[in-house]
Structures are given as C-alpha cells and as structure tokens.
Design a protein around this ligand. Sequence first.
Ligand SMILES: [Cu+2]
Length: 153
Amino acid sequence: MNRLWLLIIPALAMLIASCGRPAELKVNDAVLKLSPVDNNPSALYFTVHGGMQDVTLLRVSSPSILRAEMHDTVSDPKTGMLTMTKIDRIKIPAKGKVEFKRGGKHAMLWGVNLIARRLEKIEVEFVFSNGDRIRVTAPVEKIAAGQDEHAGH
Ligand SMILES: [Cu+2]
C-alpha cells in the first residue's frame, strides 16, 4: 500500500468518529437575574442540551439559596393574561434542546445569600432522572426595578 494511505486512513477514521460523537446531557448559559427586592424570587435562565436518551429534569438547587421552583409561563385562554405555573418535572428529549428564558420556562430562586451576591456568581445543581447531577456556575446579574419578571408573584 502507498505510504500516503497509511496517513490518510486514520485521519478519515477520526473525522468520521467526531461526526458521530454521542450527544451529551449538559447545561449551558445559566444566568441568575437577581431581584432588586429582597423578598422577591430571582429568575434563573439556562439551556439544557439533551443526551443520547430522553431524561427528565427533576430539580434545580443551590447551596446559596433557601429554595427553588421550576415555572412555566402560560397565557390564560380567557383573558390572555400571562401567569406562572409551577412545574415539577420537565422532559429533555434526546439530542434536543430546552431553553429556560424570560417569558417562558424558568427556575425561581428564593433567598439568594450574601456570598452569592458578593461574589456575583452562584453554584447551581441540576438533578436529572437518569441520576446525573450537573453543577454549573451562573453569573449573578442585578436587574433594575420594573424588569423583575416575578414582581407579581
Ligand atoms: Cu416564575
């Protein structure tokens, strides 16, 4: 065999392998929008990328808060008003993407402590039905009064 092929074949094999790389369950772009009002909850936004299997996001937690809930924003079919409803679990489809963002699904965090406020970052843990626990560091961004999505809670 020509010597050149000895170089090309492994390179092609690597290329093919990288195309078929398995999807990995992960959480990206987490950011906490700190409420200007102490007793109001703050919104956590993030994006979950699905792995090779469907899983369910069961819980969002952090050592720097009192408690957290997952919410969805839904519009009332009668009045058209946007309201928030608590959700216990959210399906993350295999190889899919679920965004938690302003005006949609989000997590709400109560009692963000002084350490997270001073460091302007917070450790957040996401617990999934397959046993995965994914920890990310989210920047803490202060928001102005009036931008508070949860002022009406
Ligand atoms: Cu909410």
